[in-house]
Design a protein around this ligand. Structure first.
Ligand code: NAP
Length: 259
């Protein structure tokens, strides 16, 4: 018996087998969920479909989350193939590379709008378009980072986007709560992924993390997957509007220093 036997999960944001979304997909699949994927078109055939097939999934659809039409098309196809959504995972973000370097004060107007649109508004759009096929007991999950709360060098506009995303989680949880739909975020410690590679200084941040975090280790996509599984399952039935840290305790430190 798996924790998610008979459940159906739609996952946005797999780029490759290092993606956090893939860690979550595997954890949900291992506990019995049927999993489907949506990612940007360019990644689909070479990267996403082989991964999907490795866990017996045939639902692989393109979507640029800046397009409401494309989001709607994915939801329509999901409904035709699977009916309802039990678990909706939003694990994507984007900012211009030049806005993840240098000073936040130099962020351009269009760079700000792009980062906020892809990384924060997209959660609102996904939930809105999915709402007709979400139901009592459905769980929505997104990914955030500590840079939403505290200044992390070079995280810049993405920190502001994640702050908007975390606030959206609370507002969406309040909107959808009366219908029994839960919305939560996981705040993950640094994980080596394609998106992370775009942040100036990420190597340094990743390298020192295991020396200072209370659990003295880096975070893996399996770690995030396990908390994703808990949030997706009935084990977290009364948890909504929360940001749950999967960061080895890093966020509790006042002045993180290596011994
Ligand atoms: P990833 O493997 O690079 O995944 C990010 C995904 O977002 C990619 O598939 C990317 O596609 C997609 N994306 C970007 N713009 C999109 C758009 N307009 N429409 C649809 N998809 C789009 O990186 P990841 O680190 O796993 O990121 C997943 C989530 O975790 C993000 O929200 C990230 O901020 C968050 N997070 C990451 C870390 C970390 O250290 N890695 C820590 C905490 C939170 P392209 O490759 O085509 O851009």
């Amino acid at each position: 018996m798996g924790l998610l036997d008979g459940k159906k999960a739609l996952i946005f944001g797999v780029a490759n087998d290092h993606s956090i979304a893939w860690g979550i997909a595997k954890a949900l699949h291992d506990e019995g969920a049927t999993v489907g994927f949506s990612s940007v078109e360019m990644l689909l055939e070479k990267r996403v479909r082989p991964l999907a097939e490795s866990i017996g999934s045939t639902f692989v659809e393109p979507c640029d989350v800046q397009s409401d039409e494309q989001i709607r098309a994915v939801m329509d196809k999901w409904q035709a193939a699977h009916g309802e959504i039990d678990v909706l995972v939003h694990a994507l973000a984007f900012a211009k590379r030049e806005d993840l370097d240098g000073a936040y004060v130099d962020t351009s107007r269009d760079g700000f709008a792009l980062a906020l649109d892809v990384s924060a508004y997209s959660l609102v759009a996904l939930v809105r378009e999915a709402r007709p096929i979400l139901h009592r007991g459905s769980s929505v999950l997104t990914l955030t980072y500590y840079g939403a709360e505290k200044v992390v060098s070079h995280y810049n506009v993405m920190g502001v986007a994640k702050a908007a995303l975390e606030a959206s989680v609370r507002y969406l949880a309040a909107d959808l709560g009366p219908d029994g739909i839960r919305v939560n975020a996981i705040s993950a410690g640094p994980v080596r992924t394609l998106a992370a590679a775009g942040i100036a200084g990420f190597k340094k941040l990743y390298g020192s993390f295991a020396e200072v975090s209370p659990l003295r280790s880096n975070i893996t996509i399996e770690d995030v997957g396990k908390t994703g599984l808990w949030l997706a399952s009935d084990l977290s039935s009364a948890v909504t509007g929360e940001v749950i840290y999967v960061d080895g305790g890093f966020n509790v430190l006042g002045v993180p220093l290596a011994e």
